[in-house]
Design a binder for this molecule. Structure first.
Ligand code: AMP
Ligand code: GLY
Length: 425
């Protein structure tokens, strides 16, 4: 069969790499892809949000299955368009992707189906939001309702910061229409983890656990990013926490979506805060995490494609996934300036040397090919991903590979995986 992967990040490179290994797959396509993806797939230069041209491509090339990476395409209704044309596609419909597309929707869903989460209120009017913030005090979190490329959540330790956040989101509209409404919610303390599961709308098949590193600098300092690194498994997700997440979060969310007439199929990703073994949900995402997908997919022993097909066809019941027992770590290398403005086009050296380290895969996030060179083309540029015998080994292997890669201004965190190390040593 032929499979099309939509997107151009590290997550999509990992997906294309994993799908290309399936004995069922003769050819992988990608749109728009990047320099790394082009090594395992034929890339076609159509943006991930150009839904009709993507569906035209799938028809023209007789694609058997399309897999969607980014949330924007999902909330624009790419799945609905493909299904209207009788094309098979992996991901939630527009009505279901709203679980990520609207924070107000997600918080109301959690409240209605008693999924543990912080208290909240939503507001259309800035003055009402301000009054509420004055009432409840800080610390508090202000979030734009709509999609804001992972930057829409502002954690405020002081009331004045929260008032500024309301002004920025609702009045200055820095996230555009995403800021028409805000959610003001309880600040939750603890350790974060990512819990991803496949679901066909009924059965929930969990993946291995993982943990992201949101802040740009070591020790969780600096502004939030799309994610500076990840590892799997996350020791904070003990067996009892896992059971709690399935019973109190994942299953009620999938059942709740079905009860709302928004049957959810695809990957459901819960961003969790865990404190003293108690779990609360920060947010839901409608897709694989990036960079979580990179360490997860290199640990997946099973063929991914039959699982994707079972989700699309509603026959996930009875399916299982085998995982490699050793852990994996992904270190993101970013452009100077990221997550703020950055320049592109710097030549990258050492890619081949890094990839030749045993157990290492260098997934490309923001790269392109210029003449015969791979150059930077995004904020997050590479996800250097490694297996290890144990977490210490995986971290060492990943950083050994990172040190072989260079371009002007490259930066990365030096503490990816340290939390897991602290918990296991
Ligand atoms: P979100 O876009 O909702 O994932 O939020 C981005 C990041 O902001 C999360 O990964 C957390 O680090 C932080 N965050 C979001 N909501 C809260 C909350 N209620 N309490 C504490 N931190 C939060
Ligand atoms: N790594 C966070 C996300 O994918 O949303």
């Amino acid at each position: 069969m032929q499979v099309l992967v939509i997107g151009s990040g590290g997550r999509e490179h990992a997906l294309a790499w994993k799908i290309a290994q399936s004995p069922k797959v003769a050819k992988v396509w990608a749109a728009p892809g990047n320099a790394g993806i082009s090594e395992v797939a034929e890339s076609v230069n159509i943006s991930a949000s150009d839904i009709r041209p993507l569906a035209d491509l799938a028809e023209r090339k007789r694609i058997d299955l399309t897999v969607v990476g980014p949330e924007v395409a999902l909330t624009l209704g790419i799945v609905d368009e493909f299904e209207r044309r009788g094309l098979r596609i992996f991901g939630p419909s527009k009505d279901a992707a709203v679980i990520e597309g609207s924070k107000v929707f997600a918080k109301n869903l959690m409240k209605k189906y008693q999924i543990p989460s912080g208290f909240f209120q939503s507001f259309y009017r800035a003055e009402d939001a301000r009054r509420y913030i004055q009432d409840v005090g800080a610390p508090i979190v202000v979030k734009a309702d709509g999609l804001a490329a992972g930057k829409g959540a502002i954690v405020c330790m002081e009331v004045s910061e929260a008032l500024d956040a309301v002004k920025m989101i609702m009045e200055e509209r820095v996230f555009g229409d995403a800021g028409e409404r805000v959610v003001v919610e309880e600040y939750l303390d603890g350790e974060e983890a990512s819990f991803l599961a496949f679901t066909d709308g009924e059965t929930v098949l969990p993946m291995a656990s993982s943990q992201d590193h949101k802040r740009v600098l070591d020790d969780d300092h600096g502004p939030n990013t799309g994610g500076m690194g990840a590892y799997s498994p996350a020791p904070v997700i003990t067996e009892s926490v896992h059971k709690q997440v399935m019973k109190r979060v994942m299953i009620p969310a999938v059942k709740g979506m079905a009860a709302e007439g928004r049957r959810y199929k695809g990957v459901l990703y819960a961003g969790l805060m865990i404190k003293a073994g108690e779990v609360k949900v920060l947010e839901f995402n409608a897709r694989f995490g990036d960079p979580e997908a990179q360490p997860l997919l290199i640990r997946m022993e099973s063929d991914l494609v039959p699982i994707l097909e079972a989700v699309v066809e509603g026959r996930l019941n009875g399916k299982t996934i085998e995982w490699k027992s050793g852990p994996s770590v992904c270190v993101v290398m970013a452009s100077a300036g990221y997550p703020g403005p950055y320049e592109k086009g710097y030549p990258i050296t050492g890619l081949r040397e890094a990839a030749s380290e045993p157990g290492v895969l260098v997934f490309h996030a923001g790269t392109s090919r210029k003449n015969d060179q791979v150059v930077t083309a995004g904020g997050r540029v590479l996800g250097v991903t490694a297996f290890g015998r144990d977490i210490r080994d995986a971290i060492a292997v990943a950083y050994r590979a990172v040190k072989k890669i260079h371009w002007e201004g490259a930066h990365y965190r030096t503490d990816i995986g340290r939390r897991a190390l602290d918990r296991t040593s």
